[in-house]
Write a protein that binds this ligand. Structure first.
Ligand code: LUZ
Ligand code: MOS
Length: 749
């Protein structure tokens, strides 16, 4: 990010969807959520609501001109309930009024007659009753059955991880503006503009070409707007189309917490077998994913869980099975890590248990089993450029594991009521969308006659700094100064068929597309320069706004060059498309090379438990992280630090509680705890692996968004080590989050 961007942002001048003005005749919409988790809608009476002051309309499923269907992967999610209620918070009706307050007053006056049915909330129960989103899937390598008898040690158990609220600062929001001839322009806070365009067109029954979707930026997303921004945009579009006026729909925080999906809770069974030296021989794991009431992205998320069942470890015999279980909770959705954190937690639990049984430090088992170059991953891909051991060993030496262990031992010997623990957390995360077709991106670049440059791509800026990275890559390729470049909003009329900005691939894919478009313009400009200077284009270079020959300035500058190109009628615009090469996956065999490359790293986490009060502190997280040749070390550090804190929140603090009727009880920030400045570790230190360019991505860089999240898992196991110091021998829980309440209960039981 440029300095002036930071000041602009810091002064609060950034406009989010709810801040946008200038829509003549703007109406406001609000959504009536289902009051029950499962039931039948017997009657909906909006006559009193429609008579209230300022109320323009109350819309229901009957008002949808196209299909009442917003499912992306599976067609199993109505936009507005059509008789059956599948989760508390499911949109039932839409009130539209002159002000947001009047719209919400209208909702309170809608009379619903509902027959409430017993909801299904537990994923194992759902699986037992055959309530599945899709058939189960199994990834297998080697032969686990043949391996069990060879194991010197076998441990088994159950591990649970809870959901997680995204808590993006900007809640879900969209504005829909009708245009002439049934066209519609939707400004949406979405990670997936083309996804919104496709569903809005489907719901309205118009071609996609009549719907333009534009995104300026998001106030955070974390996966929560990959699929789940769509419903709100489609509702705004429905109202705008019906009423022929611009309509805004922006959720209040509590509405957002109640109605939108979160990270998937998982309940898993594991069995891990090792030889006498502690080498993993066999691992069997079954994941029960709580998908909620509709598919959303659950099948893709479960797939990434299976891909990461082995995390950073070499496992010659593995069988991983996943069930995506349909329940009556709001559909769970993408969240940073996309199913991989859930998988990694289970294997770390198994290793922790095995280490205790063998009388070893978990770190010894971790180190012995790290992946190496050429190892076969459970999905058939041979690991290339493994940096697992390099990161692990550097973390052990740079952060002096021995000294840290000694500190913990000394502290625990000296303190009876307070104990420390530490854990190492290695991470190996595959980069590419697991759905191969999504690994493509487009860009459109215009150079204007004054030398300024406009760059559009499919990438959505959500605070992760993707625009800055694209700007850097484009400026470097063109040979002009970054300040001449403007990264435009993301718009489906400029760049079509965009994949969501997700899977940590935003800069990889869109940066490459921008680079390709800029290369084309650069090649044309070099021809122009060659003609002007009478020097072969192959001997010329453009750098820092100047045309060079053998490193020497030729006297021809950027602005003059661009003018010359225009005057000689040379195209100063280019469109380009990038598709990640060399990836494929075969669903019949569950084998292939789905990932362009992997990101590696290891964190050392230290934590303290106050045994009297049950209060846990994560003291320090230090990580050696593989960022490749970072495009922006400051941005990447921010991503790593933020991911670590978010990961710690997931495993130690953030707890979603539902009533037995399936209603979210923790729907405010007084009941749902998120990490703050007090709970964040006092020390976070991220060191980037040195001299580690990545041949498989933009300018040697690596994707950075998701992998660091999983370092946070180490906090759970550091806390378990501290609990162990209080009570040797007592079985430890593998149930995240390990809240202060759970710690106190374990200590006092
Ligand atoms: N979205 C998706 C993702 O559709 N496929 C993926 O593999 C993925 N991974 C992480 C985050 N979002
Ligand atoms: Mo666009 S959304 O008209 O660039």
């Amino acid at each position: 990010m440029k300095q002036n961007d930071i000041f602009f942002h810091g002064r609060g001048e950034t406009l989010y969807v709810d801040d946008l003005g200038g829509f003549a005749g703007l109406l406001h919409a609000a959504v009536l959520p289902s009051p029950v988790a499962r039931g039948r809608l017997l009657r909906l009476d909006a006559s009193a609501a429609r008579r209230l002051p300022g109320v323009v309309a109350v819309l229901t499923a009957a008002d949808i001109p196209g299909e009442n269907q917003i499912g992306g992967i599976l067609l199993d999610e109505p936009l507005l309930a059509d008789g059956e209620l599948h989760f508390a918070g499911q949109p039932v009706a839409l009130a539209v009024a002159e002000t947001p307050r009047q719209a919400r007053q209208a909702l309170a006056a809608v009379r619903l007659e509902v027959e409430e049915l017993e909801p299904l909330l537990d994923p194992r129960q759902a699986a037992a009753r055959g309530s599945l989103i899709a058939p189960p899937r199994t990834f297998a390598l080697g032969d686990v059955e043949a391996a069990w008898p060879l194991c010197a040690h076998v441990v088994s158990g159950r591990a649970e991880t809870g959901g997680q609220e995204h808590l993006y600062l900007e809640t879900q929001a969209a504005v829909a503006v009708p245009g002439e001839k049934d066209t519609l322009r939707v400004i949406s806070a979405t990670q997936s503009p083309s996804g919104v365009q496709r569903i809005v067109a489907r719901v309205l029954g118009v071609p996609m070409s009549q719907v333009a979707v534009e995104v300026y930026r998001l106030g955070g997303a974390f996966g929560g707007k990959e699929d789940q921004a769509t419903a709100w945009a489609a509702l705004a579009a429905l109202a705008a189309r019906a009423l022929r006026r611009p309509v805004k729909l922006a959720l209040e925080r509590r509405e957002d917490m109640r109605c939108t999906g979160k990270r998937h809770p998982y309940s898993s069974d594991f069995r891990l077998g090792l030889d006498a030296e502690g080498r993993i021989l066999a691992y069997e794991v079954t994941f029960y994913q709580n998908a909620g009431a509709a598919a959303d992205l659950s099948t893709a998320i479960l797939e990434r869980t299976l891909f990461h069942a082995g995390n950073s470890y070499r496992i010659p015999n593995l069988r991983a099975t996943g069930y995506s279980c349909r329940t009556n909770l709001p559909p769970f959705t993408a969240f940073r890590g996309f199913g991989a954190p859930q998988a990694m937690f289970v294997l770390e639990a198994a290793l922790f248990l095995a280490a205790e049984k063998m009388g070893l430090e978990p770190a010894e088992l971790q180190r012995r089993n790290l992946l190496h170059e050429g190892d076969e991953l459970p999905y058939g891909q041979k690991l290339a450029n493994s940096r697992a051991a390099r990161c692990f060993d550097q973390a052990v030496s740079a952060f002096d594991l021995e000294a840290a262990r000694e500190r913990v031992r000394a502290y625990n010997a000296a303190n009876a009521l307070s104990k420390k623990g530490l854990a190492l957390m290695p991470v190996c995360f595959g980069i590419s969308f697991t759905s191969t077709h999504l690994n493509q991106a487009g860009a459109l670049v215009h150079v204007y006659t004054d030398g300024s440059v406009s760059v559009s791509t499919g990438a959505v800026e959500m605070g992760q700094g993707v625009n800055g990275k694209i700007q850097l890559a484009a400026a470097r390729t063109l040979g002009t100064a970054s300040r001449r470049l403007r990264i435009e909003s993301t718009c489906t009329q400029r760049v079509a068929n965009t994949s969501p900005t997700a899977a940590s691939t935003g800069a990889d894919l869109n940066g490459r597309a921008a680079e390709l478009a800029c290369r084309e313009i650069r090649a044309r400009l070099l021809q122009v320069a060659a003609a002007r200077l009478g020097i072969p284009a192959g001997e010329l270079d453009i750098r820092a706004d100047a045309v060079l020959r053998a490193g020497q300035k030729t006297g021809l500058g950027w602005e003059e060059l661009v003018q010359a190109a225009y005057m000689t009628r040379v195209n100063l615009s280019a469109q380009a498309h990038y598709a990640t090469p060399g990836i494929r996956f075969d669903h019949a065999s569950e084998k292939g090379e789905p990932f362009a490359y992997h990101v590696f790293g290891t964190a050392l986490v230290e934590a303290t438990i106050d045994g009297l009060r049950g209060v846990a502190d994560v003291d320090a997280v230090r990580a050696v992280h593989d960022a490749g040749a970072s495009l922006s070390p400051l941005v990447d550090r921010g991503q790593a630090e933020g991911g670590i804190v978010q990961g710690i929140g997931w495993v130690t603090l953030e707890e979603l509680l539902y009533s037995d009727k399936g209603k979210l009880l923790t729907d405010t920030l007084s009941t749902y705890k998120v990490p703050d400045i007090r709970t964040a570790p006092a020390t976070i230190e991220v060191r980037f692996l040195k001299d580690a360019p990545n041949p498989a991505a933009l300018l040697g860089s690596k994707a950075v968004g998701e992998p660091p999240f999983m370092y946070g898992i180490g906090a759970y196991f550091a806390l378990l080590a501290a609990l162990r110091a209080f009570r040797p021998g007592k079985p430890l829980p593998f149930s995240a989050p390990l809240t202060n309440e759970k710690i106190l209960a374990w200590l006092s039981e």
